[in-house]
Design a protein around this ligand. Sequence first.
Ligand SMILES: O=C(O)CCC(=O)C(=O)O
Length: 304
Amino acid sequence: MQDLYPSRCSARAEVLPRIDPVLHRNWDVAAPLDREQAVQFDEEGYLVLENVFSNDEVKLLQAETKKLLADPSVLDPYTIVTEPGGDEVRSIFRIHEQSARVARLVADDRLAGVARFLLGDDVYVHQSRLNYKPGFRGREFYWHSDFETWHVEDGMPRMRALSMSILLAPNTPNNGPLMVMPGSHRKYVTCVGETPDKHYLTSLKKQEYGVPDEAILTELANEHGIVAPVGAPGTVVIFDCNLMHGSNGNITPFPRSNAFVVYNAVSNRLVRPFGAKEPRPLFIAAREAEPLRPVSGPLMEAAI
Ligand SMILES: O=C(O)CCC(=O)C(=O)O
């Protein structure tokens, strides 16, 4: 397959145009978002949906993540990533296959239905993770485009995927919320440096390849600005797979706990990686593209 988004194969970083649309379906009245929301996603590459989940649903999800964090021994050890230089949990991957409640969450129509609309296709879960940014010691996530890594290291052919961050603790300006450069999703920033074997073993703690050039980041930030969408638990932040984003460390006492779900269009399933010898493991990048059947109704203990 032709590589439409080559990266990590030249000595100089470049800014290339995006070939793919952002909104893959035209808006109509039946859409699960209103027209302004669809336009905002198209133009800025992100969208904040407040109060998507009720207080009771949030409590259920918070209890579930507390359980996952409290007893990592019941989890697949490969899916647990600790903070660099520490043993506190930074991320737990593949949470929808390790928890029935999270499996129900990722299929929820309020998430999967919106992903289907924006991506104009059936969707499947490419990746899920809990990013727990502990108080005092939670470290940053450096600037990156997810798509660059998913393309080079996983073999995602086109820009037809998105992430949803489900806020499970207050995300404030102080505790390391997600930061995005609105509009940056329309440019593809290539990176320098051949991907080493088993790069994921270090990159999930701290990324050293697939890192954008500082001069390009400066240009993008000057042109697009930086926004940090904050919100209460139950808020959902949706962002395009090629949006430049990152987050600062958390030196406040208040942990920041967000569940991330990456939906990919089934027509965009993974092929051979475009810039790595071996694909990353399945807990980071699913290679089966079984379409999700969205489920409606509240998340309830008894129903899970
Ligand atoms: O959790 C965060 O603040 C950022 C996470 C992120 O950038 C990612 O998972 O790709």
